[in-house]
Design a protein around this ligand. Structure first.
Ligand SMILES: Cc1cc2nc3c(=O)[nH]c(=O)nc-3n(C[C@H](O)[C@H](O)[C@H](O)COP(=O)(O)O)c2cc1C
Length: 154
């Protein structure tokens, strides 16, 4: 089973975290990074485990890189039963709809039958937290928890 890191971004932070997580977990799991802006939801496979990383823009809306992906899930939802994923949202608590972009993707994936597992990770840009550390800790926690589903070095 591969780990797919699927990111949705406006200005690159979610992609940077996807790169860091890929590097951190890459010696334990086969990892592939996918940009939502270039991903057709029909390509998602229940045979892979997905780490989804998505930011928020505007007033609690999706980053532009996630808009076509969400629209395709809405328009023509694939059957994603059996697909498991974990979610990490980037946001800023000083906005009204904290990390809402990730929740929108989460709702679309669950509506299509996918199952979210493990911790729901979040990074608040108005905090002093280190986003790379938070994202890597989240990924390791999720993968340890879901290890029986994935199988290391699969
Ligand atoms: C114009 C703008 C609007 C934003 N709106 C929100 C928002 O409504 N809710 C939220 O939680 N974060 C919001 N953010 C914070 C971003 O989600 C945060 O900066 C994130 O790290 C951006 O990641 P990205 O570069 O991957 O898009 C906003 C940021 C900008 C610049």
């Amino acid at each position: 089973m591969k780990i797919i890191i699927l990111f949705g971004t406006e200005s690159g932070n979610a992609e940077l975290l996807a790169d860091e997580v890929a590097e951190a977990i890459g010696n334990r799991f086969p990892v592939v990074k996918h940009d939502m802006s270039e991903t057709d939801p029909m390509e998602l496979s229940p045979g892979d485990f997905h780490l989804v990383i998505c930011s928020t823009h505007g007033e609690g809306v999706l980053p532009s890189g996630a808009v076509p992906f969400a629209a395709a899930l809405d328009r023509d939802p694939p059957d994603l039963r059996g697909l498991r994923y974990a979610m990490f949202g980037l946001g800023d608590h000083s906005y009204d709809h904290y990390a809402r972009g990730s929740e929108i993707i989460d709702e679309h994936l669950r509506a299509a039958g996918a199952e979210r597992v493990g911790l729901y990770g979040r990074y608040d840009a108005s905090s002093q937290d280190d986003p790379v550390q938070l994202a890597c800790e989240w990924a390791f926690a999720v993968l340890n928890e879901a290890g029986h589903l994935i199988g290391e070095n699969a």
